[in-house]
Design a protein around this ligand. Structure first.
Ligand code: SAH
Length: 238
């Protein structure tokens, strides 16, 4: 692994679109569309109000901002400076309470603030890093015993290739071409294994389905394309 677990080309890709983070009809429209779904799912499993929450790979802060509005004390981290500036600016303009952003790697923050969060979220990010297992380990270290870690990413199989890459990028134009690379997609079994290796217990998963006819997303039991996983760090001694 390189000293910092990052692919510069990925950061450049997101930085070049940074001014578009809060355009609900722009390149990040799908993230805005799925945000209420993932927010409610997280809040249903680990009620956010009054909790210390870390959002890893926060981008422009779409989820981080919404979690702060639910009453959480949120730190958003990313390595793309421009995105963090946009996130910060949005928080100032929207007067979002209890939110802070920092440019720091998850692994470095895990050394600095181990066990200091009740909840960590890492959404649509693992498929953009060279060593996803290292991010999972960092998230596991960052939450306290009994704390929750939430991931979302894209499954790797012929159907997800057709829907998430060919369909979403080339046919429907939902996300920019080249956003996702097939080899970096992660099967739920692989993600759960990374979690187990890091001492996390996978407890819940949901699929995230897009209906091209209605243009709407919904949570479902079908994890074959986009999915979310909730894992818990066991309480000490259990
Ligand atoms: N989590 C946000 C944004 C997802 S886009 C959301 O779901 O709304 C993926 C984000 O991961 C981008 O902001 C990108 O800059 C960030 N990213 C990519 N590699 C990273 C790394 N190694 N460390 C931290 N963030 C990274």
């Amino acid at each position: 692994m390189n000293a910092v677990n990052v692919d510069q080309a990925e950061l450049t890709k997101f930085s070049s679109l940074a001014h578009r983070w809060w355009d609900v009809e722009g390149e990040f429209a799908p993230l805005h569309a799925i945000n209420p779904l993932r927010l409610d799912w997280i809040d249903g499993i680990a009620p956010l109000s009054g909790r210390r929450v870390l959002d890893v790979g926060c981008g422009g802060g779409i989820l981080a901002d919404a979690m702060a509005r639910k009453g959480a004390d949120v730190l958003g981290i990313d390595l793309a400076e421009k995105s963090l500036m946009v996130a910060q600016l949005h928080a100032l303009e929207a007067e979002t309470p209890r939110i802070a952003y920092r440019q720091v790697a998850a692994e470095a923050l895990a050394d600095e603030m181990p066990g200091q969060f009740d909840v960590a979220t890492c959404m649509e990010m693992l498929e953009h890093v060279p060593d996803p297992a290292s991010i999972v380990r960092a998230c596991a270290q960052l939450v306290r015993p009994g704390g929750w870690v939430f991931f979302s990413t894209i499954n790797r199989n012929p159907k997800s290739f057709l829907l998430a890459i060919v369909g979403a990028e080339y046919l429907l134009g939902l996300v920019p071409r080249g956003t996702h690379e097939y080899a970096r997609l992660l099967r739920p079994s692989e993600l759960s294994q990374y979690g187990r290796d890091a001492g996390l217990d996978a407890q819940h998963s949901r699929g995230l389905e897009y209906n091209p006819l209605t243009g709407r997303y919904r949570l479902s039991g079908d994890t074959s394309v986009n999915y979310l996983l909730a894992a818990r760090r066991p309480l000490a001694g259990t």
